[in-house]
Ligand binder design. Structure first.
Ligand SMILES: C[S@@+](CC[C@H](N)C(=O)[O-])C[C@H]1O[C@@H](n2cnc3c(N)ncnc32)[C@H](O)[C@@H]1O
Length: 274
C-alpha cells in the first residue's frame, strides 16, 4: 500500500486497479452527463484531478478536449497513459502532481473534474483553491464526492454496519471526511466558487457483479487499518465473512455510498457577469 495523498488508505496494484475499473463502470455514464451539463465541449482544456486510471480523462480526450489527468500514484498514471496510447488518443496527457501544487498555468483550464478525491484529503478547501487558481475566469469545477454513511444492507447486516462505521471512524481519525460529498458545495463556496448545480444519486443492488463493491472497498480500507494497527486481522475476517453472507443472499439489498454531484463556477469578475 502506498502512502500517497493525505494518508490515502486505498492501495495501488492489481486489485485496486480492478476496483477503479468497477468505479468507472458504475459511475462514468452519470459523470459524462454531468460534464455535459457543466458545458464541457470539444476543444476545451480539461483537467482531471486524482484521475486514478484515467477513464474520465481519456473520455474527455476522445470527445476532442485537451485533457490532462493528474494523480500522485505513478503506478496508476503509467497504466492510464498506456491505455491512452493503445486508444490512439493524442490529446490525453498524464502527470504526477499533488492537487495542492498541480503545476498548471494559472487561469488556463476550462473544466476541472474530480471524483472520489476530496473525501480523501485533509484540506479539501485548499485543494479547491488550487483548482480555482488553475481555472479560467468563468471556468467550472465539476466534482463527484461520496457520503459513505449511506452504505447499508436490508435486511440489516451487522457486518456491513460495523465495517462502514469502523472505516468512517478511521477516516475521522486521519482527519478526512468520508461523508464529505454532502459538504462539497460548502467547501467550494469557501474556496471562492459560485454554486451552479447540486444533485446526488444512490446506487442499490440486489444481485449482479456490482453488489459487492462496497464489501470490496470497505475490506480494502480495513486491510490498510490492519497494517496501521487500528483493526485486528481476526475482526476484519469476521466482518468480511458477514458482508459476504449479505452479498450472497438474493433477498439482501445493498445500498452503496451516495454520490453527490457539484458544478461550481469561478466568477468572471472582469466581465462583470458570473
Ligand atoms: C478513490 S481514487 C479515485 C480515482 C478516480 N477519480 C476514479 O473515480 O476512478 C482517488 C485517487 O486520488 C489520488 N490522490 C489522492 N490524494 C491525492 C493528491 N493529494 N493529489 C492528487 N491525487 C491524489 C489517488 O492516488 C487515487 O488515484
Amino acid at each position: 500500500m502506498s502512502t500517497i495523498g493525505d494518508k490515502y488508505l486505498l492501495g495501488s496494484g492489481r486489485s485496486d486497479h480492478d476496483r477503479l475499473r468497477v468505479i468507472s463502470a458504475i459511475h462514468d455514464g452519470r459523470t459524462r452527463k454531468l460534464l455535459r451539463r457543466a458545458g464541457f465541449v470539444s476543444g476545451q482544456r480539461f483537467v482531471e484531478f486524482g484521475c486514478g486510471l484515467g477513464y474520465v480523462t481519456r473520455w474527455a480526450a476522445s470527445e476532442g478536449a485537451y485533457a490532462i489527468g493528474i494523480d500522485l500514484n505513478e503506478d496508476s498514471l503509467a497504466v492510464a497513459a498506456e491505455l491512452a496510447r493503445e486508444a490512439g488518443l493524442k490529446t490525453a496527457q498524464f502527470r504526477s502532481a499533488n492537487i495542492y501544487e498541480p503545476e498548471l498555468e494559472p487561469e488556463s483550464v476550462d473544466v476541472s473534474y474530480s471524483r472520489w478525491l476530496m473525501v480523501h484529503l485533509n484540506r479539501p478547501v485548499e485543494a479547491m483553491r488550487a483548482i480555482y487558481a488553475a481555472l479560467k475566469p468563468g471556468g467550472v469545477m465539476v466534482c463527484e464526492e461520496a457520503d459513505v454513511s449511506a452504505v447499508y444492507a436490508e435486511p440489516a447486516s451487522v457486518a456491513y454496519t460495523e465495517m462502514r462505521d469502523i472505516c468512517m471512524e478511521g477516516a475521522r481519525q486521519r482527519g478526512v471526511d468520508y461523508t464529505g460529498g454532502r459538504r462539497a458545495h460548502l467547501w467550494a463556496k469557501e474556496a471562492g466558487f459560485e454554486i451552479v448545480h447540486v444533485d446526488a444519486y444512490h446506487p442499490h443492488h440486489i444481485t449482479g457483479e456490482h453488489k459487492g463493491f462496497w464489501n470490496w472497498t470497505l475490506r480494502a480500507v480495513g486491510h490498510g487499518m490492519v497494517k496501521e494497527g487500528s483493526l485486528t486481522a481476526t475482526r476484519l475476517e469476521e466482518l468480511v465473512a458477514g458482508m459476504n453472507e449479505a452479498d450472497a443472499s438474493p433477498d439482501t439489498l445493498v445500498g452503496h455510498s451516495r454520490m453527490h454531484q457539484l458544478i461550481a463556477k469561478k466568477p468572471d469578475l472582469a466581465a462583470g457577469v458570473n
